[in-house]
Design a protein around this ligand. Structure first.
Ligand SMILES: [Zn+2]
Length: 259
């Protein structure tokens, strides 16, 4: 029809401006139609990426206002604390968790995951419940909380994963089971890593606000003890953290593959 219109206009001897206008509309229409499938394709590709929300534990300063430890809970806890620290170097847990989280996030991005952080800097004020909400709103496939341990007993050391027990009253049975599967997959990869000598394993905990407010599967990883001199030294080595985070990413791959 357009071609016929153009020919007719020529025949009628109308002004060239009309012809150019029609030609431009024609080109614009082709341009619009040719871009639609590309946009749709990339949207599909983006939405198929698995989403990992990483929560670098703690923050620069504690917020000692309280919040319920889970939906309907009578117990409350501080909104967020500033964590442990190394008595040898004075490094804060919140610094270590941020470094390790970024390393893990970069590895996961390279492996094709969409990574969302609850925080990317020290000076924030985000409660543990709010961190869980970030994971919930993002519809995360996995909510990974990264922490390091501290103890009065300086001999205490080892990597561990905190996961909800089967009796946890705040989360659904399905989220509970999936969280345990994630814990198992990660611990198996950690056990195969020859660099990691001290492993405490999986520990059941039901008093963690960040886990209890979560509507997506998740685990809390304790990288090791900053209060143990030998382990603190390892945790300060980027190569050791890289090795740890690679094993964590391997565990995540394994869980996603089987899902
Ligand atoms: Zn912590």
């Amino acid at each position: 029809m357009l071609v016929l219109n153009i020919v007719n206009l020529f025949l009628k001897g109308e002004h060239m401006k009309n012809v150019i206008l029609i030609l431009f509309s024609f080109i614009a229409l082709i341009a619009i139609f040719s871009t639609v499938p590309v946009t749709a394709k990339s949207a599909i590709k983006k939405s198929s990426k698995k989403i990992i929300v990483i929560d670098p534990g703690h923050q620069q300063y504690a917020n000692i206002d309280v919040e319920q430890i889970g939906p309907g809970a009578l117990k409350t806890k501080y909104k967020v604390t500033d964590g442990t620290h190394s008595p040898y170097t004075n490094k804060k847990e919140s610094n270590l968790t941020l470094e390790a989280s970024k390393m893990l996030g970069n590895t996961l991005k390279k492996r094709g995951y969409k990574v969302i952080y609850t925080r990317t800097k020290q000076n924030v004020n985000i409660s543990n419940r709010e961190r869980a909400n970030i994971a919930n709103k993002s519809k995360a496939d996995i909510f990974l909380r990264i922490h390091a341990d501290g103890s009065i007993d300086k001999k205490e050391k080892g990597f561990s994963i905190l996961t909800p027990s089967s009796k946890n009253p705040y989360i659904s049975k399905s989220i509970n089971k999936k969280s345990l599967v994630i814990s198992n997959e990660i611990i198996q990869k950690i056990e195969k890593n020859k660099k990691i000598k001290d492993i405490k394993g999986i520990i059941y905990r039901d008093n963690l606000s960040g886990a209890n407010w979560s509507k997506v599967p998740g685990v809390l990883i304790e990288l090791g003890y900053m209060t143990n001199k030998e382990e603190d030294k390892k945790l300060a080595d980027p190569l050791y953290i890289k090795s740890l985070t690679n094993s964590i990413a391997d565990g995540i791959d394994q869980y996603i593959k089987k899902k």
